[in-house]
Design a protein around this ligand. Structure first.
Ligand code: NI
Length: 160
C-alpha cells in the first residue's frame, strides 16, 4: 500500500493511450491498492493508472460520502445518453476547475478487481466520473473539452 505521485498536466505520459490489462494478477492487485490509497490521500473522486505513470487501462472511482470504490479494469463504453453541463476538476490539473458537457447517463462494461465482468450504469456524478476516467485512459484531459478558455478558472477548492 502506497501513495504514489500524481502526474501534472503537461506531462506527456498523461497523453498516452493506455494498454489493456491481460491478466489480473497480484501485481495488478498491488497497483489497484496504490491507486485507491493515492485517490483517497489526494483526496479525489477518481484516479486513472495513467495519472501515476502506469499505461494500463485501470481506473478507480469513489463518489463523495460513499464507502464503495469502483475498480474498473479494461472499461469500455456500451452506451451514452443525454447531455448536461457540469463543473469539473482533475488531480492532474491542480488549482483549476472548468465547465464542460458530459453525458447524462453512461453504461460501461469492465472487469472488477477480481477479473469478473461487470456492467455499470451511471447517472449524473457517476456518469461524469466514468467519462472523466475513461478519457484519461485514452490520453484525454477534461481541459481538452472546454469550448472556450473562459470555461477554465482558478480555484482554491481541492481538485478531485
Ligand atoms: Ni482526472
Amino acid at each position: 500500500m502506497a501513495v504514489r505521485p500524481i502526474l501534472i498536466a503537461d506531462d506527456p505520459r498523461l497523453r498516452r493511450k493506455a494498454k489493456r490489462v491481460s491478466t489480473v494478477d497480484s501485481s495488478i492487485q498491488r497497483l489497484i491498492n496504490d491507486m485507491i490509497d493515492t485517490m483517497k490521500a489526494a483526496p479525489g473522486v477518481g484516479l486513472a493508472a495513467t495519472q501515476i505513470g502506469v499505461p494500463l487501462r485501470i481506473a478507480v472511482i469513489q463518489l463523495p460520502d460513499e464507502e464503495d470504490v469502483f475498480t474498473l479494469i479494461n472499461p469500455e463504453v456500451v452506451k451514452r445518453s443525454g447531455e448536461r453541463e457540469v463543473e469539473e476538476g482533475c488531480l492532474s490539473v491542480p488549482g483549476y476547475r472548468g465547465r464542460l458537457k458530459r453525458s447524462l447517463t453512461i453504461t460501461i462494461k469492465a472487469q472488477d478487481r477480481h477479473g469478473k465482468a461487470v456492467r455499470i450504469k451511471g447517472e449524473d456524478l457517476l456518469a461524469q466520473a466514468l467519462e472523466h476516467e475513461l478519457d484519461h485512459l485514452n490520453g484525454i484531459l477534461y481541459i481538452d473539452h472546454l469550448e472556450t478558455p473562459e470555461h477554465l478558472w482558478k480555484t482554491e477548492l481541492p481538485s478531485e
